[in-house]
Design a protein around this ligand. Structure first.
Ligand code: FES
Length: 106
């Protein structure tokens, strides 16, 4: 298990425990914990309703695919640290990841 943190609007961070041996994405972990993440395309990198901003741990993240980068470019709320949470596989490298769920996810 690793810990992932979700930063709320008031700055409070909610701790989630995520298994690293199930091939889950961060999106799936967020949904399993009942965060408001629509993830309409189910993880295909074509809907962007799983958009998060990574506040900590950017160095450890997997490379972005062209599809993900292209999708992020279209989003009004994208920042330099935006990612599609469905494209982030939960691995030990993600220990301590801090994300903020972005408006496109709702
Ligand atoms: Fe659709 Fe991530 S769930 S892009």
């Amino acid at each position: 298990l690793i810990n992932i943190y979700v930063e709320q609007e008031d700055g409070e961070r909610i701790t989630l425990e995520a298994p690293t041996d199930m091939g889950l994405s961060v999106m799936e972990v967020l949904k399993a914990n009942e965060f408001d993440v629509q993830a309409l395309c189910g993880g295909m990198a074509i809907c962007a309703t799983c958009h998060v901003e990574v506040l900590q741990n950017e160095e450890e993240l997997p490379e972005m695919s062209d599809d993900e980068a292209y999708m992020l470019e279209t989003l009004p709320h994208a920042t330099a640290n935006s990612r599609l949470s469905c494209q982030l596989r939960v691995t030990p490298a993600l220990e301590g990841l801090v994300v903020r769920i972005m408006p496109e996810a709702h």
